[in-house]
Design a protein around this ligand. Structure first.
Ligand code: VGL
Ligand code: ZN
Length: 205
């Protein structure tokens, strides 16, 4: 895979303990994304290209938690309820210990507003509130993004679709993602829908 690092950024989505085996919202083989992402990140760092890591960062009692009082509230299309996860300041919200943070130039935290969930690295689930990531990338002259991380069918999926909508050339590192696959089949469905939306799937090397 040849990358024009001049105008590219790597975006590592939610590589956090709660999404890895043993975590509160564990993704099967979630930790397997770490090695390919570290390898990609070291290549971006060598080229002095930006590497963004996102972090799901919920306050206790967040509206996306099945345990929350707000559980009965109206939900956006494709939104579901989850076990408590990635609560601000907990070990579950930390990046996986093997994720190499040295190449990371920006950490974007999302999902910190109690009443709105945030899957995408670019916009919250109200589809209006920006995270600031697009402005950061644009100011650095980035027109192409490479995405990997967790989970294929939620945060990676919504991030990739938004990246396309924002007119970034959008590549998915297909060996560096894993899905929750809830409901059953959603990982496959997300991959297909990304392809149909203009996301280009690439192998990691
Ligand atoms: C995610 C469910 C809830 C993700 C975050 O990172 O894909 N999924 N919060
Ligand atoms: Zn979450």
């Amino acid at each position: 895979m040849t990358i024009n690092f001049e105008r590219s950024a790597l975006i590592e989505i939610d590589v956090q303990n709660d999404f890895c085996p043993g975590g509160a919202l564990a993704v099967a083989d979630g930790d397997k994304v770490v090695a390919p992402l570290n390898e990609a990140a070291s290549r971006f760092a060598a080229a002095r290209a930006p590497v963004v890591a996102t972090q799901d960062w919920h306050p206790a009692g967040h509206c996306s938690f099945a345990s929350a009082e707000a559980a009965g509230k109206w939900r956006a299309e494709g939104e579901v309820l989850w076990p408590d996860h990635c609560v601000q300041g907990t070990a579950g919200a930390d990046f996986h210990p093997a994720l190499d943070l040295r190449p990371v130039t920006l950490v974007v935290r999302k999902g910190f507003r109690p009443h709105v969930d945030s899957y995408s690295a670019f916009f919250e689930n109200d589809r209006k509130t920006p995270t600031g990531l697009a402005a950061y990338l644009r100011e650095l002259g980035v027109d192409t993004v490479y995405l990997g991380g967790l989970a294929t069918d939620y945060c990676v999926y919504f991030s990739a679709l938004d990246a396309v909508k924002l007119r970034f050339n959008t590549y998915l590192l297909s060996g560096a993602v894993r899905g929750v696959n809830y409901p059953e089949g959603s990982t496959e469905k997300a991959l297909l829908s990304m392809k149909n939306s203009g996301v280009l799937l690439v192998n990691d090397r």
